[in-house]
Design a protein around this ligand. Sequence first.
Ligand code: DX5
Ligand code: ZN
Length: 217
Amino acid sequence: DRSIKIAPSILSADFANFGAEIRAIEDQGADWVHVDVMDGHFVPNLTFGPMAVKAFRPHVKTVMDVHLMIAPVDPYIDAYADAGADVLTAHVEAGPHIHRTLQAIRGAGMKAGVALNPGTPAEAVAHLLDLTDLICVMTVNPGFGGQKFIDMTAKVRALRGMIGDRPVHIEIDGGVDPNTAPLVVQAGADVLVAGSAVFKGGSVDNPEVYGANMQAI
Ligand code: DX5
Ligand code: ZN
């Protein structure tokens, strides 16, 4: 299904209030919930691991979309399956055996995603298209929310052409806001991650701000 989906990143939520934050964004119309896992090694920031993700699970009624910014990935795949990830995305840059990693993610019963840093060409996934359910095109260098959008529309267009009629989502992650979203949708993206642009100005006490922010995207 190629309808446009909004996946708020809880990286921009109140870290002392994840359950309420997840319920608030879903009540306000979020299609998926995006969970950014960082290890302080693959990226220069640390967030949460499988135990926290498992604790989020009962609060997520939609799709729990887990973006691993960790290396290595393979030793943790079963832990994220057990935590209840619906989509598990690994970076193509995170190790020498992304093909094996994607097979293992599907083998553990999850949808398999592959993410590309801004410096990585579309061709890096040319031989992975039948093993993947989602390609995440990073439009910032991963590690932090609130960074400036890097234009990757040419990469998105190239990927949409390579994907053909396969059922593969193209997700955009980083700097998505009301100005940049139309560019990537036009290029062929269908899942929009947005952190700061969704949570900006709102809280669980005035969740309608989240709804308005999502509407604006
Ligand atoms: C970046 C993360 C993103 C991030 C997006 O490393 O993968 O998901 O939270 O945040 P914004 O929308 O603020 O750029
Ligand atoms: Zn992300």
